[in-house]
Every structure is written in C-alpha cells, then in structure tokens.
Write a protein that binds this ligand. Sequence first.
Ligand SMILES: Cc1cc2nc3c(=O)[nH]c(=O)nc-3n(C[C@H](O)[C@H](O)[C@H](O)COP(=O)(O)O)c2cc1C
Length: 171
Amino acid sequence: MKAIVYTSNTGFTARYARLLGEKAALPVYGLKEAKKALAPQTEIIYLGWLQAGQITGLRQAVRRYRISILCAVGLAPAVETQLRELRKRYQAAYPQLFYLQGGLKMEKLRGPQKWIMKIVCKSLHKQIEEKKELSEADRDTLLLLEKGGDRVDPSALEAILHDLHQTRQAE
Ligand SMILES: Cc1cc2nc3c(=O)[nH]c(=O)nc-3n(C[C@H](O)[C@H](O)[C@H](O)COP(=O)(O)O)c2cc1C
C-alpha cells in the first residue's frame, strides 16, 4: 500500500483521510492532487463521501489506481442497513469495504446539493419519527438532521488499520 487518496466536499472525509494517514504512516492526497503525485496503478486506500448512495470520485479513482481498501463516508450512523446497501453495491469489486460516519455541514453546501440535502433531511426525519421506538442512533440522527454536526470518530478507523496491517503482512 503506497498512499491514501480521497474526495471530500465539506471536509469530513478529508479529516478521516488525514487521521488515517497519520496512523498508517502513509501520504495523503486529494484525488486531483494525487494525479501529479502518484503513478498510474499505484496501490491505494480510497475514501469518498457518499452522495445518493454512491461513493464520490470512485469511478475516476479506479480508472487510475489499484484500490485495495475502499471507504465510504456518510451522514448516517454505521447501522447494518446502511452497510448492507453499500455491500450490495460495492463488495463484489471491493471486498475490503468500510463505512465511516462523517457529519452534516449544511452551511457549506451550495446550489443543488443544498436543496437535495434539505429534501433528504426532511424525508429521513419523517422516516425516523414514524418508528414506534427510537434507538440511540435514531435520536442522534434526528439531532444531526435538525442542527447539523460533526460525528468524526478517530476510533472508527481501527477496523481499517487492522485490515491494512493484514494486507501489509501478506505483501
Ligand atoms: C447531495 C448529497 C447527497 C448525500 N447522500 C448521502 C447518502 O446517500 N448517504 C449518506 O449517508 N449521506 C449522504 N450525504 C451526506 C454526506 O455524505 C455527509 O455529509 C458526508 O459526511 C460528507 O463528507 P465530506 O464532508 O467529506 O464531504 C449526502 C450529502 C449531499 C450533499
């Protein structure tokens, strides 16, 4: 593994990428900047923010690099339903697949992203409120949807570091 490459819109994915870079002693590049710094087919860890269920920047990244570990950063907590959807879409091509909760910064969103997110927030809010019983994760998601917030958790990187350690041992 040679580097970490990421795409971030409001900064949460960038923070996870930098934290991971520090912990794994790997250089960290945004996707555009990586083009100058890394040769094609370099083996990387790719992190991208989730946009309507898709990992942003992945298509460009996979055209240029070998992605060994793939990580999505979204707004929802890492509940099983979220992970199941991601696995359906990505796990066949990327068996080392992870999900991290980032957060929501409405004030940093512009134009269509802002209004899409407002609609998404309303509909998620309604879905959660209709549940008979709310879990702690549900309550926290309601708070995040109402007020925005930062849920970056450095300890959530441990699972990725564990996988990385095993990948390095096999190299
Ligand atoms: C247009 C749009 C669509 C989004 N779609 C999803 C989604 O499908 N699932 C999810 O968990 N989060 C979704 N989010 C939330 C972002 O993935 C989340 O805020 C993430 O932490 C952003 O990371 P960043 O700060 O690196 O850009 C969406 C955000 C926007 C603006």
